[in-house]
Ligand binder design. Structure first.
Ligand code: BGC
Length: 385
């Protein structure tokens, strides 16, 4: 039977700590210490972890890292992927709640679709940690762990400007005036992050658009026009193909594409190469940005095909989620480093934001190989494993 939110979770955590000490730190055994809180010796702490999809590699990395760290801390973990299907995800969370989860770590598919699950969690006194994507329209989100999503957009736009020669690597204008033709892609509108990425990118690009050194020949400059439902590669490829037909078939040159995610970038690149551009940037392929440092895209960057990606170290995010979960287990509030940016429509959710790095062909080794995120062999093969 589930323990009460604060009291019970604290008691289970205390029992866990004691049992860890009793077993020399190797797993959550049965405890049995006489000073353990009465009646809780055998209670295990259960953490439900909901991830959106396994089709994008980053969520597999996230899921594995969260599960491993939670298990190392001695918790039971119920990790579920929902195949990007909203009803599947709501069902999974429902059963985590009825199955007695003590804490929930949730990466939503649609940030507005979990209201009733969150009500049930609150009624059962289960703290909810929103993972990477903010859950919206609910007061029952306790904490948010993520990256600085606005800065992700700034970094993507800066990479694009740098690739075009309008700014140097520090984002300082070079004096070059172009004009350069670009097209804009956004993520899935039901993902709060997509809006932060877009805002960061558009605020960065705007001065260059205003002075005319950047032009969007299709005229599609609203996030609704640029959006990619569920962040799907094929959807992005199709939109790029349509743009090439509608806007570029008469000889207008395309110099760059703002892409918010590596899967979308690969769809765009396939479309561009499909009409004979490139195949590399040196050979005329437009500059295409990205996000997530997915292995297939890192290989493309190494090969001079994709220009950049944003590295979000999922191991660090997983670690913060575990730190937050442990705080709840111990009856404490997790420590936030941002209490202003993330208003979910009902309240500002206390957040822990991590920094990101931009990967270009010349810093793959220090950022991704030396940190152990990918091996050089994996990058050369373009496949994880
Ligand atoms: C994440 C990105 C990811 C995208 C698509 C966003 O919510 O923050 O890292 O590229 O979803 O999976």
């Amino acid at each position: 039977m589930r323990l009460g939110k604060k009291m019970g979770v604290v008691a289970a955590g205390a029992a866990l700590t004691l049992s860890l000490a009793a077993c020399g730190g190797s797993g959550a055994g049965g405890g049995g210490d006489e000073s353990a809180p009465a009646g809780d010796g055998g209670e295990d702490v259960k953490i439900g972890v909901a991830m959106p999809t396994e089709t994008s590699e980053r969520w597999i990395q996230d899921g594995n890292a969260v599960k491993e760290s939670l298990e190392e801390a001695g918790y039971q973990v119920d990790l579920q992927y929902a195949g990007d299907d909203i009803p599947t995800q709501t069902q999974q969370i429902d059963s985590m709640i009825t199955g007695g989860a003590d804490v929930l770590i949730l990466a939503a598919i649609d940030g507005t679709a979990l209201t009733s699950q969150l009500e049930a969690a609150a009624a059962a006194n289960i703290p909810v940690i929103s993972y990477d994507r903010l859950i919206r329209d609910s007061e029952n989100v306790d904490f948010y762990v993520t990256f600085d999503n606005y800065q992700v957009g700034v970094a993507q736009a800066t990479a694009l400007l740098t690739g075009l020669g309008l700014t140097d690597a520090e984002g300082q204008p070079t004096g070059e005036k172009g004009p350069f033709n670009i097209e804009l892609f956004a993520g899935s509108l039901d993902d709060n992050n997509a809006h932060f990425f877009w805002d960061g990118a558009m605020d960065t690009l705007k001065p260059f658009m205003d002075e005319g050194s950047i032009v969007v020949p299709s005229g599609q400059t609203d996030i609704e026009q640029a959006a990619t439902l569920r962040w799907l590669q094929e959807t992005a490829q199709k939109r790029m193909e349509d743009l090439l037909t509608s806007t570029y078939s008469g000889g207008t040159e395309l110099h760059g594409v703002l892409s918010p995610y590596d899967g979308i970038s690969r769809g765009i690149i396939t479309a561009l190469q499909g009409v004979g551009m490139g195949p590399t940037i040196e050979e005329g392929l437009p500059v295409v940005t990205g996000q997530d440092a997915e292995i297939a895209s890192v290989k493309l960057i190494q090969d001079g095909v994709q220009q950049s990606t944003i590295f979000k170290d999922t191991r660090k995010l997983a670690e913060q989620a575990v730190v937050a979960a442990e705080a709840y287990v111990n009856g404490e509030e997790p420590e936030a480093n941002d209490t202003e940016q993330y208003d979910n429509g009902v309240k500002v959710v206390p957040s822990y934001l991590l920094e990101v790095d931009t990967v270009y062909s010349d810093n793959i080794t220090p950022l991704l190989v030396d940190s152990g995120y990918w091996t050089q062999e994996e990058i050369d093969a373009g496949v994880a494993g």
